[in-house]
Design a protein. Sequence first.
Length: 619
Amino acid sequence: MKQQTRPVLWVAVAMLCTVFVPQVRTDVNGGWVQTNGPYGGEVRALYAAPKGVLLAGTWGAGIFRSTNRGNTWTPVNTGLAYEPGEGFVYVEVFAQKGEVLYVGTQNGLYASTDGGNRWHPVSNFRKSESISSIAVIGDRIYVGTLNTGVWYSDDDGGSWQQVNDGFGPKSVHELSSIGTTLIAGGENRLFRKRANEDALTAINDDFFVPQIESLAAIEDLLYVGAYISEGELFKSHDEGDALTHITLEKMGNPIIALAGFGATVYAGTYGSGVFRSDDRGDSWTTINEGLTDRKVCALLAVNEDTVFAGTAEGGIFRTMDGGTSWVEVNAGLTNTTVGELAVVGKTIYAGMSERLIHSVNGGASWQSVQISSMPDEYLFSTLSVSDGILYIGGIRIAPRDQGGVIGGVFQLNEARGKLDVVIANNELTGIQCLEIVGPTFYIGTGKDGVFQWEKDSDPWTTNLGLKGPFITALLVNGENIYAGTNQGRIYRSENAGKSWKLANSTDMAGSSISGLRWVGSTLYASAWGNGVIRSVNGGDSWTPINDGLDDSAVLTMATVGTELYVGTYGKGVFRWMPDKRWWEPVGSLRHQVLSLVVLDDFLYAGTGRSGVYKIQIEK
C-alpha cells in the first residue's frame, strides 16, 4: 500500500535578528547530512540471507542490511536505479539462487554476488518492469510482474521467456512454490504450473475473490490471504485444488504477510497486527504486545520463536519469544516521510501523520512525544508555532460515545504529556494549513474554505468563504489575508475575510500553491508545478522568478531573515539571490523536500521517505 501524499507544512521560520546575511557552507564537509532519524518507515520485504545477514526492503529508501540480528541497519543501495526525479527505490521482494541474491524493485530485477553490498541489473530483463514476486525452483528463476505476467530464466538471467507467452494473469501479485510446483496469485484468483506442464492454468474455479493479498507455502501446505468483505485466510493440502477457510473474525483487516516454521504459522494483517497458530492454522492467538504499528506488511520467521515484522510506518519489530513481546529494532533504518517541521526553543518537532516526534539535540536522536490521551488516535496534517507554543492541525479519532472523528487545532502540553483541544469542529476535518496571528487562528481546509477563530472565544469558528478548492497556503498581514489553493489560484481579502478577489492571473494555473511568504515588502508564492512568482505591489501583479531553479515542483518555502529558501520535488533546496535574480542550489540533496526550518545556524529539511537532513549556514 503505497503511501499517499499528505498536506505539506508551511512553517513560519523564526526571523533571525542580525545584520549579517546567512551563507550556506559549501566546503566538502558542509553539505547536507542525514540526521539520526527519525527511524522507521514502510518495510515491505524481509529476507534472511546466509551468514546471519538480514535484508529489509523499503518503499522509498531501498534496501537496508543487518548483521547483528536487526539491532542496527545500514543502507545497501549501490547499483540500484532510483525512481526518476524522486530519489526513491521501492523494494517488493528478495530471493536467492545459489550464492546470488535477487531483489525485485519498481525499476526491474537486480542481483548481488557479495551478500548485498552491491547490486547490478539483470541485464536481459525488462529494465522498466515492476517486479512483484520471485520464486526459485531448481535451476529456474520465476519473476512475477504487475503488467506482463510471469517470466522465467534457466540461465541465471541470461535470457528470459514469458510463461503462457502473454496469456494468463497479466498482473501477478504473489509467487510461491510447493516442491517443483509454481503457484501464482493474480489479482483475484490462483494459477498453477507443475513441473511437467508448460503453462500457468487457473485452479479451483470456485475460488474467485476481489483481491489476493498474500501467498505462502509452509511445509506442505499452501496458505492464501484474500480480501473479500474483510481479510480472509485459506489453506490447502493439495496445491490449491481445495481451499479451507481458517480465518478468525478478530483478524478482520487484510492479511498482507505470511510466514512459518514447522507447524507454527504467523499471519500479519494491515491494521490488526500479528497472529500466531501452533496447529498449522486451525486456531489463532493475537500477539501484539509491544507492536506499536499494527499495519504489518512483511514477516520473516527465522525460527519457531524469532520473528521479524515489517510495518507500514513503524519500521521493523522483532520478537524472540514467539510473539509474547515485540521490540522495535530500527536503529539506522531511515525510511520516514517528514512532511511537517517546527521549532520551539531548542526543540525540533516533526509531524509524521500518526506520530509526533522531537529532537532536543539537533537531530542526533529523535523520540516520540508521549501523548497520554491515547487510545484516541491523532492524524496530524500541519504544525504551527505561536508565542513558543506548538499547535497542531488535524483530526482526533475518538470513541464513538465521545463524538467519533473530530477535526480541529490542538495544543501540545508536553509537560502533562497530552494534546489540549484548542478548537474542535467537525467542519474542520480536512485541515490543510494553519496561520496564527496573535490570538487569531486562520485555518485552511479542503473544500470547506477558510475559517477564523479568536482564542478563548466561543468554540465555534467563523467561515470566511472560499468554499470549493483546497486551501493549501495562508498568509495574514493586518486586514489582508492571502489564500492559495490547489488550483493554482491566490485569493486576497482586504477586509479581514468579508470578501475575496482573485489576486493572480494564470501564472500558477494547473498547479497547487505550496507556500506564501513576505520578505520585506515583497510577496512570494510557490507552486507544485510552476516554480515561484513574486509581487511587489501586494498581489496586484506577479512576475515569475525561476532562473536557476532546476525543479519547478516547489513543495515548501521558508525564510531566514531576509533569505528565501524553497524545497523541491526531486532537486533539493534552493536559495533566492535577489541581486543576481537567480536561484542557487543549497548543497546537493536529491530527495523530496517537504518542509524547512532553521535552528542554531542549521537549515533542516524534512524529506519524503528519508527522514531529516541538515546543512550549516554561516553568518
